[in-house]
Design a protein around this ligand. Structure first.
Ligand code: PSU
Ligand code: MN
Length: 306
C-alpha cells in the first residue's frame, strides 16, 4: 500500500509543517459534471481553497496509484476521461490492485484524506438515502463513512434528489453531527432551505474547530458534516426544483437506472431540465464549500491542535 500512495510534494510539505490542507474529491469531475465545466470547476475550486491560505489536494486513483494532490495535466486528462471507475469504500482497492484509474466519491475521498492526514474536505453534496429506499435499499456508502472516518466534510447538504428526512434520520442513528453554517435550516444542495431544521448550527469557523476539539476530548471518533448553503444569487428555490427532480426520478425509473449510475444520471438529467441552471448552481456551491473548508482548515491549523 505504501508504494501505491503518492502525496504531492506541496501537500506533503504543508502537512509536515502543520499547515492547512483541504481534500477535494474527483467523482464530481468524472461523473458529476460535463466536460469542460468539470475541469473549469475543479480548477476554480482549487483556487478557492488557495485564496484562504490552505493547500488543495484533489484525490483520485491514477493508473493504480492513489494520488493526493494532482498536477494540472493529470487533472485535465481525468476530466476528459470517459471510462473512469467511480470508487467508494467497497471497490476503492480494485483500482489499485488492477492498476486502473478511478475517481473518489465522498466515502473514498474521506478514506484517502485520513490516510494522508488531511482533516478537512470539500465537496458539492453528500450521497444519502434515496427516495424509495424502503424498496430499493439504495443508501449511499457516504453515510457510513461519515460515521467512521474522522474527516470534516463541507457540503451544501444532502443532494435534493434524495429523501432528506430519511437521510437525516440515518445520520442521527450513525452518530454523525450535522451543522448548518450560519443558519438554522438544513440546506438542500441547489436550495438554501430544505424545509427541515438542521440538528446543529455553527456560526463561525472557531465554533466548528471548538466542537471538533470538544469531541476529541470525549473520545468520539467519526466525521462531521458542515452543511453550507449556496450563495443566494445562484440558488434555485426548493419549490422550483421539486418538479424537475420528480420528472428526473420518474424518467430514471423508466430507464431502469440503478446502483452507482443513479446519482450521475439524475444530476445530468436535471442540468438538461433546468437549461443548465442547476449546473451553474452546482459550480457556485462547490466553490463556496471549498472556501469555507479552507477557512476551517486554516482555523484548525492556527490552533495548533491537529
Ligand atoms: N457532489 C456533487 N456532485 C457529485 C457528487 C457530489 O456536487 O457528483 C458525488 C460524490 O462523489 C458523492 C456521490 O459521494 O456523488 C454520491 O454517489 P452515490 O449516491 O452513488 O453514493
Ligand atoms: Mn447508491
Amino acid at each position: 500500500m505504501r508504494s501505491a500512495l503518492l502525496v504531492d510534494p506541496e501537500v506533503r510539505d504543508a502537512l509536515d509543517a502543520g499547515q492547512a490542507v483541504v481534500a477535494l474529491e474527483s467523482t464530481i469531475v468524472t461523473h458529476g459534471m460535463p466536460w469542460p465545466q468539470n475541469l473549469e470547476t475543479a480548477k476554480a475550486v482549487e483556487a478557492a481553497v488557495r485564496a484562504t491560505g490552505a493547500v488543495p489536494a484533489t484525490i483520485a486513483v491514477i493508473d493504480g496509484m492513489l494520488r493526493v494532490g494532482l498536477d494540472a495535466k493529470t487533472l485535465e486528462s481525468l476530466a476528459q476521461a470517459t471510462d473512469t471507475l467511480k470508487l467508494s469504500r467497497a471497490d476503492f482497492a480494485i483500482a489499485l490492485s488492477r492498476g486502473v484509474t478511478g475517481s473518489t466519491t465522498v466515502a473514498a475521498t474521506m478514506i484517502a484524506a485520513q490516510l494522508a492526514g488531511i482533516e478537512v474536505f470539500a465537496t458539492g453534496g453528500i450521497g444519502g438515502v434515496h427516495r424509495g429506499a424502503e424498496l430499493s435499499f439504495d443508501v449511499s456508502a457516504d453515510l457510513q463513512e461519515l460515521a467512521r472516518t474522522g474527516v470534516t466534510v463541507v457540503a451544501a447538504g444532502p443532494k435534493a434528489i434524495l429523501d432528506i428526512p430519511k437521510t437525516l434520520e440515518v445520520l442521527e442513528t450513525l452518530g454523525v453531527p450535522v451543522m448548518a453554517y450560519q443558519q438554522d435550516a438544513l440546506p438542500a444542495f441547489w436550495s438554501r432551505d430544505s424545509g427541515l431544521k438542521a440538528p446543529l448550527r455553527a456560526d463561525s469557523t472557531a465554533d466548528i474547530a471548538a466542537f471538533l476539539e470538544a469531541r476529541k476530548t470525549l473520545g468520539i471518533v467519526g466525521g462531521l458534516l458542515v452543511a453550507n448553503p449556496v450563495a443566494s444569487e445562484y440558488e434555485i428555490p426548493r419549490e422550483q426544483m421539486q418538479a424537475h427532480i420528480e420528472e428526473a426520478l420518474t424518467q430514471a425509473e423508466h430507464a431502469r437506472i440503478n446502483g452507482k449510475n443513479v446519482t450521475p444520471w439524475l444530476l445530468a438529467r436535471i442540468v438538461e431540465l433546468t437549461d443548465g441552471r442547476s449546473l451553474e448552481c452546482n459550480k457556485a456551491l462547490i466553490k463556496g464549500n471549498a472556501q469555507l473548508a479552507g477557512e476551517i482548515a486554516v482555523e484548525i491549523a492556527g490552533r495548533g491542535t491537529r
